[in-house]
Design a binder for this molecule. Structure first.
Ligand code: G1P
Length: 301
């Protein structure tokens, strides 16, 4: 069985929901506590054994490339000042020389098209795909668990989580078949189903392991939901010739593509950090206590 060595990160999106913050800064570089969003996703891939990181970028995204480069002067300065912990932390997150590749999507034709842009960099091997809008929190990373399921099945894997039925139209939704290994067989996939038509309440949470045959399908894939070339439509075609397994992730997922999800991620990751937990929990408790009189006043009106 071929090992999953490479991961693709589609980072070409404009981030219009975060204007004006994203006028000059890519949304993937917004910080959750003290790391850019993209670093969480790259760290998740590295934990899963990924050795090569492929970024599908767009205009105004060069700072992402700079972020993953060695900053020689900064590292020297930290070393001279004895800031060994900070230096070690940066170095742990640093890809080794030759471990990153960057290509541009050029035109925003949708997720399926962004993935297809990585075809030559991936080549003829299975690959992980991580959508950086979604960051996750659990003791063991979502992608690491997916790689374990891949090693049992050698198939395509999609991570899913439960959503409220009224939220289903925002996502790709899968149909659930029989349980197998640590996952289940996927019977159907629909991108952004119309109300009342979703095959289940299991939404695709932005983590995939895909076989390279997806690229041949994406090459000819027509536009689907939202007038975009949809990865879900191409996966549905690939399912006719290859098995797809669902992995039910039970950790927490934050949709950093929306300001509300981004704020929630900041609070959750600050509380998750042993060095910050007590202070942040105290601040939140105080804020919530201050809110109560306001809520009481509102409810009396
Ligand atoms: C994409 C996928 C969708 C998935 C979602 C997760 O949609 O097409 O299947 O559920 O990511 O974030 P988008 O968020 O690009 O509309």
């Amino acid at each position: 069985m071929r090992k999953v060595r490479k991961a693709v990160f589609p980072v070409a999106g404009l981030g219009t929901r975060f204007l004006p913050a994203t006028k000059a800064i890519p949304k993937e570089m917004l910080t959750v506590v003290d790391k850019p969003v993209i670093q969480y996703v790259v760290d998740e891939a590295r934990e899963a054994g990924i050795e090569h990181f492929i970024f599908v970028t767009g205009r105004n995204k060069t700072v992402i490339e700079d972020h993953f480069d060695v900053q020689v002067e900064l590292y020297d300065t930290l070393a001279q000042r004895g800031k060994d912990d900070q230096l070690a932390r940066l170095q742990r997150m640093q890809p080794a020389p030759g471990q990153t590749s960057f290509t541009r999507q050029q035109v925003p034709l949708g997720l399926g098209h962004a993935v297809w842009c990585a075809r030559d960099l991936v080549g003829n091997e299975p690959f992980a795909l991580l959508l950086p809008d979604m960051i996750m929190q659990s003791e063991v990373g979502c992608m690491k668990e997916m790689v374990e399921l891949y090693e049992q099945t050698g198939s395509n894997i999609i991570a899913v989580q439960e959503c409220a039925p009224e939220e289903a139209h925002k996502y790709g939704i899968v149909g659930r078949g029989e349980d197998r290994h640590s996952g289940f067989q996927i019977t159907d996939m629909v991108e952004k189903p119309k109300p009342g038509t979703a095959p289940s309440n299991l939404f695709i949470n932005g983590r995939y392991i895909l076989q390279p045959e997806i690229f041949d399908i994406l090459q000819h894939q027509e536009k689907g939901a939202g007038g975009e070339i949809q990865l879900t439509d191409a996966m549905l075609k690939l399912r006719k010739s290859q098995p797809f397994y669902g992995y039910h992730y039970t950790g927490r997922t934050f949709d950093c593509g929306s300001p509300e999800g981004f704020v929630e991620a900041n609070v959750a990751f600050a509380l998750w950090r042993p060095d910050m937990h007590a202070q942040v929990a105290h601040v939140i408790e105080r804020m919530v206590a201050d809110l109560k009189p306001v809520e009481r006043r509102r409810s009396r009106r």
